[in-house]
Design a protein around this ligand. Structure first.
Ligand code: PSV
Ligand code: MN
Length: 408
């Protein structure tokens, strides 16, 4: 007769090997795009704390992205912001292609920039001035052209448009201008390309934002065409908003195109993913795994949108990827068949305990074992420290910038 203790151990062994299968399937397929701007010096409106190792050229951004990809094996693409990374527009495509080859990292989503130029004081695609709207549209079309030349699938569009004071703009006229512009943008997409429409409730505008939430993004995506969908930036919600419910709706309506992941405590804080509320990330990931289990067709771009002001940029990016993988794996391990049974019978505590049980499970050994079987460092953060990469680039880049300034 099997003793209860042996029985328990046999069960654990079985479940560990089954868990490793889940780790292999879920982590092999989980690719995350990192942003070029995560490696550059950024700050708040109060100032910048510069880091000697921060990337100041597109080549340095590719080099740092390649280091993150070497350590994690999961970040093959780099999101590019057109004005920051291709200041000469399509003329810079050859440079990017060359960097892709040299560093083994591909250009990812292309982000037009509609927030930097003086003309955009009262908006870009929603500006009351026809000339400014045309200028903004031309930039988006140029960005599509760049994306086509780079073979980048996704155009990731965020507008700063809005107004600061009640009564100062016609909200409805601006909706009309936006619908019209996005239809034109959509017509210029190549087959297979996608337009991802990002929303944000406030900032830089503080009274109304033209694309403030997922309902507005969904409407605009539908009115633009089949290749348009919604981009969820996790930092772009009001405090306590149920983001996983939004994700479930977008999955249900077939409109979920991608994410910009980051964490927040107050507003769009750009903090490291999972640093404030890892359970929320788990709940979002669960919705995606559940939709996949249910056979929904999914095509989701997982992207990070963070700028690290106090932490080391490469270290924080590696930490983010490792965190994302661990939470993704926790959510993959939810026994969804059992959960569905508990949900159906309204066994609330059993359902919640099963759900939370996966969240509390320490999957770090499992993730480390997966990394080792893929020839990756078991602990990417420790491997980064051991590599001396950050110290080396900090020395080299600091020396270069001081020699540049001594010539100036
Ligand atoms: C706006 O807050 C945003 O989330 C958009 O995605 C921009 O492209 C990005 O931040 C710039 O940092
Ligand atoms: Mn974003």
């Amino acid at each position: 007769m099997i003793q209860p203790a042996e029985n328990w151990q046999a069960h654990m062994k079985l479940s560990e090997s089954a868990a490793f299968d889940v780790a292999e399937k879920s982590l092999d397929a989980f690719k995350i795009e990192i942003p070029s701007w995560g490696f550059a010096n950024t700050g708040t409106r109060f100032g910048k704390f510069v880091q000697p190792g921060a990337a100041s050229t597109i080549e340095e951004k590719f080099a740092d992205a390649a280091e993150v990809n070497r350590l994690t094996g999961s970040t093959p693409t780099l999101a590019l912001h057109v004005l920051w990374d291709l200041p000469n527009g399509a003329a810079d495509v050859a440079t990017i292609r060359d960097l892709e080859r040299r560093f083994g990292v591909r250009a990812g989503s292309i982000n037009p920039n509609l927030f930097q130029d003086q003309e955009y004081k009262f908006g870009s695609l929603c500006n009351p001035s026809e000339d400014v709207r045309q200028q903004a549209l031309a930039h988006v079309l140029d960005s599509i052209d760049i994306a086509k030349k780079l073979g980048s699938r996704d155009l990731s569009l965020w507008l700063p448009d809005g107004s600061n004071y009640p009564g100062t703009q016609s909200i409805r006229k601006r909706i009309g201008w936006l619908e019209e512009a996005l239809r034109t943008v959509h017509q210029h997409l190549a087959p297979g390309q996608r337009l991802l429409i990002e929303y944000k409730p406030f900032e830089p505008a503080f009274y109304h934002t033209d694309i403030a939430d997922w309902g507005m993004s969904s409407h605009l995506a539908r009115s633009a065409g089949d290749q348009a969908c919604v981009l969820v930036d996790t930092g772009h919600h009001y405090a306590s908003q149920n983001i996983e419910q939004i994700v479930a709706w977008l999955l249900h309506t077939g409109l979920l195109g991608g994410f910009h992941f980051n964490d927040r405590r107050y507003a769009d804080d750009d903090l490291t993913l999972g640093s404030i509320d890892p359970y929320q990330v788990f709940r979002i990931f669960h919705e995606i795994h559940a939709a996949s289990t249910d056979g929904l067709p999914l095509d989701i771009a997982f992207m990070i949108d963070q700028s690290h002001n106090l932490k080391g940029k490469i270290e924080a990016t590696v930490q983010t990827i490792v965190t994302a993988q661990e939470i993704w794996l926790k959510a993959a391990l939810v026994d969804r068949e059992q959960l569905a049974a508990h949900q159906q019978s309204c066994d609330l505590v059993a359902a919640e305990e099963l759900f939370r049980g996966s969240f509390w499970r320490d999957v770090r050994p499992l993730a480390a074992a997966w990394r080792e079987t893929r020839g990756l460092a078991a602990d990417p953060l420790a491997a980064l420290r051991d590599s001396g990469y950050v110290e080396r680039i900090s020395r080299e880049r600091a020396a270069r910038s001081s020699s540049v300034s001594s010539y100036a």
